[in-house]
Design a protein around this ligand. Structure first.
Ligand code: HEM
Length: 60
């Protein structure tokens, strides 16, 4: 599956990398934000990581 010729698995993998960096930076308080966003985006990351894994498995 692709969007504008780019694999959705690659897009989701890149989104996951950015979200993991955000979660660790905010969890360690290196980046100061309203902590609600750490909790919300942690759950978003769970969903995007599952979608990434399922799509990668299906496109083998
Ligand atoms: C993959 C997703 C997540 C990552 C990678 C992550 C990462 C981290 C890290 C590195 C810390 C600091 C831990 C420490 O220094 O001892 C932290 C703290 C914390 N995280 Fe997350 N987190 C994630 C998701 C979540 C979610 C979904 C919630 C809640 C719904 C949550 C709630 C908290 C809380 C309450 C703390 C403690 C903050 C404090 O010390 O004041 N995290 N997280």
């Amino acid at each position: 599956m692709t969007i504008a010729g780019i694999s959705l698995v690659l897009i989701l993998g890149s989104v996951n990398l950015v979200l993991v960096l955000f979660q660790v930076s905010t969890g360690k308080k290196w980046l100061k934000i309203n902590f609600l966003w750490h909790r919300r985006l942690g759950l978003v990351l769970l969903l995007t990581a599952i979608a990434h894994a399922v799509l990668a498995y299906l496109s083998r």
